[in-house]
Design a binder for this molecule. Sequence first.
Ligand code: ATP
Ligand code: MG
Length: 647
Amino acid sequence: MINHDRLLTKFGVSMKFGDKYIPLEKFNKMREESLKNPEKFWGEQAKCLDWDKTWDKVLEWNPPYARWFVNGKLNASYNCVDRHIKGSRRNKAAIIWENENGDCRTLTYYELYREVNKFANVLQNLGVDKGDRVAIYLPMIPEAVIAMLACARIGAIHTVVFSGFSSDALAERINDAGAEVLITADILYRRGKKINLKNIVDKSLLDCPSINYVVYVHRDKDNDIKLKEGRDYLWDELMKGAKKYVKPVSVESNHPLFILYTSGTTGKPKGVVHSTGGYLVYVTKTMEWTWGINDMDVFWCTADIGWITGHSYVVYAPLSLGTTTVIYEGAIDYPNPGRIWEIIENHGVTILYTAPTAIRMLMKYGEEWVKSHDLSTLRMLGSVGEPINPKAWEWYYEVVGQKRCPIADCYWQTETGGHIIYPPLGIQNIPLKPGSATFPGIGIDADVVDENGNSLPPNKKGLLVIKNPWPGMLLGLWKNDVRYRKAYWERIKNCYCPSDYAIKDEDGYFWILGRADEVLNVAGHRIGTAELEHVLVSHPLVAEAAVIGKPDEIKGEVPVAFVIPRKEIDDKKEAKEQIIKYVRDTLGPVAAPTMIFFVNKLPKTRSGKIMRRVLKKLILGEDLGDLSTIEDNTSIEEIKNELSDFV
Ligand code: ATP
Ligand code: MG
């Protein structure tokens, strides 16, 4: 009954870039080679990095453990800085940083190299050794990148914790990783306010026995930082006496580069461990294949460094490729809704990579904010984090990209290291379908299967799976092997299961329909929350929507929708009826929500994803579970009030 075809907009299948339709020969050939002979293929690709010693074996696959470039040796910081300063990129901007006030700071590759070396020595002086864990709890400032690369230089494993997290969330991650040193700052700036990180850190540290030392970046020079003797130090002070050069520690390819905790959208965050060699090869190549990076590019990925998107496409991939990466500290709509466009204009950004939640917000502000800026430098766009609804896609394409810039909708996860379903626009022009992340990438043997692992015919909704290992695949979960196997390998035999629902259409395009645990079963019909939400947000009254299934004696489950209206609604009853009728007409009667609640905010993770599990618990009046990654607690209070009449 529910056909994804309605997701196709007027662009449809025939959308082309360039003068004519180009058959996907080049991409298909590369993909075929990558799957037919992965060892030969990835052995060739790995030459994109500088290795100290070549591997003995490209892949050792003992399911579910993949080890890439076995016994190969390299250093990630060498690949991200040292090798560039030996050539023409020495004085090229590595990082362009800007904040909400418009203050800018640029670090050339040579300057970045100096800072990384010095901070690596600081860490050594604090007793950090190869394999030790270092927690980084910093705002979006160059020091965050410097600290990450300094860890990599000495073989220490970093675990970056998003600076918007609470003291409990920080302590939990420090303790799970067993970090010995914490790098942080006194304050961060957001929406014109100073947020005191030191207070949060002090609270966390009451409960973090593994931490021996804390290094503070002192930002608010009007106020001193109260340091605890013998434990706390200032970044600048330690850097003063640091050595200017530290020899990069050559590590085996499968030495962990970092641990990163997932967003916690569906449950307690998982400590994902990534390798050095496989990970770095994979992010470097996927960035190249997605956008076809060249030396003129100024790349801006708006993700926070505390998320995988920040790790892979703000730090490691751009720097490995010698690209200029933009880092912005603050909210992209502050002090005015045009802030994001201003930054693109200021720095001549050529590629913008952001999330659907941001696109929808910017769309709400209206086109005038976009049109009053010169965005002519943009040549490509990107979207990541959740399925992008066609309405937002079209706006992004028409208004932001001025119908000139193709959009790479990139599907991937913390666990996959880099993009796994994405249009390889860097290889050739790919006809795009708004809302589809296009094809499984090079080296990725993906399929859509039923619960028993049987491949499904086109247009049948099922579980997305990957049938082979790829270099960016996680090494495992930190000290939690049981959960690693259970979370990814037990659902479908012999396959990696990301737990997202998808459809493969008759042209081979993949459509991600949302989380497999976010599917409603209404009287035997399986309805993806994402699908229903797509329809809701295409209604003129709806800006954002979240759908959950409420248990129902007769139907099993019924859809309940939480809606953020586009504007103030006078007659709520009439508006609800209108929206319900619209869903009924578009998707069919079983999909029509039985209840609609108008709210101002939805509970979201700090990375901008709707926490439907929290909405469901609220409807059921149950304990809300792990809330460590929630963006704004007030969203819960508001919904509780709305619900009080019903529950
Ligand atoms: P947790 O695993 O703790 O619940 P999370 O899955 O939100 O957290 P991430 O690894 O940051 O943590 O997000 C990956 C998920 O985001 C994917 O599994 C998918 O559901 C969604 N996603 C990412 N990019 C896209 C995209 N382009 N299209 C559709 N969904 C996407
Ligand atoms: Mg996940």
